[in-house]
Design a protein around this ligand. Sequence first.
Ligand code: GTP
Length: 346
Amino acid sequence: MNALLLAGGLGTRLRPLTENLPKPMALVANRPWLEHLIVHLKKQGIRHFVIAVKHYPEVIENYFGTGEKWGVNIQYAVEQTLLGTAGAIKNAEPYLDDRFIVINADIVHEIEIEPLLAFHKRHGGGVTIGLTEVDDPTHYGVVEQDGEGRILRFVEKPRLEEAPSNRINAGIYVMDKEMLRYIPEQQEVSIERETFPLLIEKGEGVYGTVISGYWMDMGTKERYRRIHWDLLNRAYRLPLPGRQNGKGIWIGKNCDIHSGVLLIPPVLIGDNVKIGERSIIGPFSVIGNDCVIGKHVRCAETIMWDRCLAHNGVVMNNCIFGYDLEIGSKHILHEAVMSRIGVLQA
Ligand code: GTP
């Protein structure tokens, strides 16, 4: 059984970070999320991956290649036009096993595949949708199920009093290949809005089961930040790189941090980072690998990707910086989200 990772969307809500980068390649704790995802799934026995790509496909292909470095096999299903979440699955059909897993590659989670598969085998339907429970279902498509977990219908963005449950589609599915006959070729089709309702109508057996553990969609800047704050306060327990230097402070290899620097936890600092005297970093800050931070810099609630340079006296609050940015001396930045044209290095 192989896994299809959907990574072709434009990621418009996470621009400018995704202006020239597929959203699943956004860094999470200084590593592309897609890499965390492949490593996580490999630990659960999945060795064969298909990645459905469209927006900047070369960034993903150049980074992962055949997957050999990670001990897995990766194939790519490339779209010429955006085909939507179901169209992308149909386009990948030649690469898929008779039963396969589909994952929206922009979902940050710690799902265990085994219980999902066991449930799928037990009910015998064509699709199992991993569900997650949310406090406020009014922004989502909510499911109504029978006692066996069969999904009867989806209710889009219900009013709170009309919501049949607080369970929403988590973007993780087990599917039998026969179901792909319901998806037209080379057309833009949404799995959530078109294919699943059609499969329910045809009585193909669409079931849902609640997945456990952390779940967060990184689709917006707020949620992208939230994932990092959850990582730093360990609500989400993905292992963090570097050694822990006091509670809530992680520092990578070969760093040159002046003794007069104040690190306010929680803070994560990558490898080969330099920080000049009297700078204050944290709380809630992530500094990427090979960043250089000058003297008297103030950096709070900020995520900085690899190879950034912050000159002396810069103040950064609640910012997100993509790769290779240079932040001029004494600039004051609040809630800035910046990116630049650049090529992701493998
Ligand atoms: P927004 O433009 O911000 O809505 O983001 P998006 O369209 O990239 O993501 P969305 O949350 O709508 O999609 C969920 C997942 O499916 C993401 O991992 C996307 O990369 C992926 N996806 C969405 N549309 C396509 C598509 O047409 N082709 C492929 N291959 N993947 C897609």
